[in-house]
Design a protein around this ligand. Structure first.
Ligand code: ADP
Ligand code: MG
Length: 367
C-alpha cells in the first residue's frame, strides 16, 4: 500500500477496507426501534497496518494530510478521535489491542452523508481485530464501532452506519431491525437487472441539522409516551391519527408509514421486483417533505428532476436538511437523469450537484 510505504518506509503487515453506505429506505426509523435498509457503496476506506511492540498508535491519513501519535493516556480529538475511539472501545471490552502503525486513505466523500466516519471506524476496527488475533465475532463489531463514535468521538448516531459498513454483502441490501439488531441480507442486484442507483450529492449547505434532529427525536419519543407504547415502532396508523397535536401526528405518521414502506420494499426485493420499489422511495420522500419536514429546496429539486427524467423512484437519504438523494434508474439512463438534475439546479442557481452510480457492495474485509 503506497500510502503506508510513504508514511512508514515499508509495506504493512496487512491491508483492510470498509465501505461507506447509503440507506435505500427507512429514515428516522432507527431511534424509533424500527427498520432500515442500507447498502454498502463501492467507495471505501482503506487501512494498512503493522504491529508495534508497545501500546502506541501512529496514524497517517491521506485525507487529513496529517500524522497523529497517541498512547493510552491521551484523549485524542479531531479526526483521530474516530481511530483512538476504536482502540478505546476495544480495551473497554477487555481486549488486548496491539499497538500499531496505520496509514489511511479513502474514496468515501467526507461529510456528505455517506458515512465516511463509520467506514473509518469499521476499517480500523477490522484491522486491529485481525492484527491482534482478537476473538470478536463479526455480529458484535457494529455496536463497538458505534460506541466509539458515540462515546469517544462524541457524535450521536444510530447503529445503522456501522452495521452496514461491517455486515453488508455485495448485491444485497441489509435489512436491519433496530430493536432486535437482527439482520437479513436482501437481494438487491441492480446491475444484473439493468438498473442503477444514482447517488446525487445535493451539496446543500447543512442547516440546523443537530438541533432539528434532536427536536424530531423528542417529538417521536413524546408521541410514543402519549400512545403508551415503548416506541413508535409499536404504534398503528389509526392510533397515531388520534394524537391530539397536529405536528406530533404528522411526525408519528411519517415513522409508522416509513416502517411499513421498509417492510414492503423488502417483500418486493425478496421476489426480485426491483423496479416496483420506485413508488415506495418516492412516497418516502413525500413523507419526509410533508410530514417529517426534513427536506430542503435543493433536495426536493433533485428528486423532482430525477422523476421527471424517468427515474422509477427518488428520495432523500440520510438525516435530512441536505445530504444525498437516491434515484432508481435504468443503468443506461443514469447520465440523462444526472444531467436533468444539473439543469434543474442551474435554473434555480444552486451549487452544482455531483452524482455517481452505486453498486451494492460488500462490507469490511481484509484485502
Ligand atoms: P460522514 O460520516 O457523513 O462522512 P461525519 O461528519 O460523520 O460525516 O464524518 C466525517 C469526519 O470523519 C471527517 O470530518 C473526519 O473527521 C473523519 N474522517 C472520515 N474519513 C476520514 C479519513 N479518511 N481520514 C481522516 N478523517 C476521516
Ligand atoms: Mg458519519
Amino acid at each position: 500500500m503506497k500510502q503506508f510505504v510513504t508514511a512508514f518506509g515499508a509495506e504493512p503487515e496487512g491491508v483492510w477496507a470498509a465501505p461507506g453506505r447509503v440507506n435505500l429506505i427507512g429514515e428516522h426509523t432507527d431511534y424509533n426501534d424500527g427498520f432500515v435498509l442500507p447498502f454498502a457503496l463501492p467507495h471505501r476506506t482503506v487501512v494498512g497496518a503493522s504491529r508495534l511492540d508497545s501500546p502506541r498508535w501512529t496514524v497517517w491519513s491521506e485525507q487529513a494530510d496529517e500524522q497523529i501519535d497517541f498512547d493510552l493516556s491521551e484523549r485524542v480529538t479531531g479526526w483521530g478521535a474516530y481511530v483512538a475511539g476504536v482502540v478505546w472501545v476495544l480495551r473497554e471490552a477487555g481486549f488486548d489491542v496491539p499497538g500499531a502503525q496505520m496509514a489511511i486513505t479513502s474514496d468515501v466523500p467526507l461529510g456528505a452523508g455517506l458515512s465516511s466516519s463509520a467506514a473509518l471506524e469499521s476499517a480500523v476496527l477490522t484491522a486491529l481485530v485481525d492484527l491482534g488475533g482478537l476473538d470478536l465475532p463479526v455480529d458484535e463489531r457494529p455496536a463497538l464501532a458505534q460506541k466509539a463514535e458515540n462515546e469517544y468521538a462524541g457524535m450521536p448516531c444510530g447503529i445503522m452506519d456501522q452495521s452496514a459498513s461491517i455486515r453488508c454483502r455485495a448485491g444485497h441490501a441489509l435489512f436491519l431491525d433496530c430493536r432486535s439488531l437482527d439482520v437479513e441480507h436482501i437481494p438487491f442486484d441492480v446491475a444484473t437487472d439493468g438498473l442503477a442507483v444514482l447517488v446525487i450529492d445535493t451539496r446543500a449547505p447543512h442547516r440546523h441539522v443537530t438541533g432539528e434532529y434532536a427536536k424530531r427525536r423528542e417529538t417521536c419519543e413524546e408521541a410514543a409516551r402519549v400512545l403508551g407504547v415503548p416506541a413508535l415502532r409499536d404504534a398503528t396508523l389509526s392510533s397515531v391519527s388520534s394524537l391530539p397535536d397536529e405536528v406530533m401526528r404528522r411526525r408519528a405518521r411519517h415513522v409508522v408509514t416509513e416502517d411499513q414502506r421498509v417492510l414492503d420494499t423488502v417483500e418486493l426485493l425478496r421476489s426480485g421486483r426491483i423496479r416496483e420499489i420506485g413508488p415506495l422511495m418516492t412516497a418516502s420522500h413525500a413523507s419526509m417533505r410533508d410530514d417529517f419536514e426534513i427536506t430542503v429546496p435543493e433536495v426536493d429539486t433533485a428528486v423532482e428532476a430525477a422523476l421527471s427524467a424517468g427515474a422509477y423512484g427518488a428520495r432523500m437519504t440520510g438525516g435530512g436538511f441536505g445530504g444525498c438523494v437516491l434515484a432508481l434508474v435504468d443503468a443506461d439512463a443514469a447520465p440523462t437523469v444526472a444531467d436533468a438534475v444539473v439543469a434543474a439546479y442551474r435554473a434555480k442557481g444552486f451549487t452544482p450537484p455531483e452524482s455517481f452510480s452505486a453498486i451494492p457492495s460488500g462490507g469490511a474485509t481484509r484485502l
